[in-house]
Design a protein around this ligand. Structure first.
Ligand code: DX5
Ligand code: ZN
Length: 215
């Protein structure tokens, strides 16, 4: 199985988004990390910035919300031009209602599982979601090392999704490089999020190509 490549713009040049978006045009979608300094110890961007950078590319925006409480901001992120909105179960007291709010905005819905969050956290909404984002680092920062132990969770999830014939993408986020990407794909991932590896330097197009073909 070849995975789709999803560059995390957390590692892009924030004053040259337009140029960087052109350089990653061969990617399959774009991962936008939203952090609030409360759910995670870092702050990034909100709906106004997403709305502006939305104009720089036609690729789908996969918006990863690391904010809590998440529910009251879902409509704003939907209106800003998100295509997929992914939330953490720990960021809401009613995951079902939050997912419903994403879907009623006409967007695809994802649930993200931190390294320590079990698959059971998503089971209540498994029939309503489009994507599960497996965190392979503790969320908050780019450039952390891949946590191998999450591969077991990916394998279990792939088995469950296949057995139930669900149409859910399994994405992985954190520490993805040319060594860890093949491990993740072998375990059952079909979308690879990558910041540091893609934006590390050299040709971003080449980095995307290499990542797609090493897995
Ligand atoms: C971490 C973010 C990631 C991060 C990935 O909290 O959710 O998307 O940007 O960065 P790398 O690929 O550098 O681990
Ligand atoms: Zn992310």
């Amino acid at each position: 199985m070849t995975a789709r490549i999803n560059p995390s713009i957390l590692s892009a040049d924030f004053v040259n988004f337009e140029r960087d978006f052109q350089s990653i045009a061969s990617a399959d979608l774009i991962h936008v990390d939203v952090m609030d300094g409360h759910f995670v110890p870092n702050i990034t961007m909100g709906p106004p910035i997403i709305k502006m950078i939305r104009k720089c590319t036609k690729l789908l925006f996969d918006v990863h919300l690391m904010i809590s409480p998440v529910e009251k901001y879902i409509k704003d992120f939907a209106n800003a031009g998100s295509d997929i909105i992914t939330i953490h179960p720990e960021a809401t007291d009613n995951l079902k209602r939050a997912i419903k709010s994403i879907k009623s905005s006409g967007k695809k819905a994802g649930v993200s599982l931190n390294p320590k969050t079990p698959i059971s956290a998503v089971m209540d909404v498994i029939n309503e979601i489009d994507l599960i984002l497996i965190m392979s680092v503790n969320p908050g920062f780019a450039g952390q090392s891949f946590m191998n132990e999450v591969l077991l969770k990916v394998k279990e999830l792939r088995k469950l999704i296949n057995e139930r014939k669900l149409k859910i993408d399994i994405s992985i986020d954190g520490g993805i490089n040319f060594e860890t990407a093949p491990l993740a794909v072998k375990a059952g991932v079909n979308i690879l999020v990558s910041g540091t590896t893609i934006f590390a330097g050299g040709s971003l197009k080449e980095n995307i190509f290499k990542l797609k073909n090493c897995a």
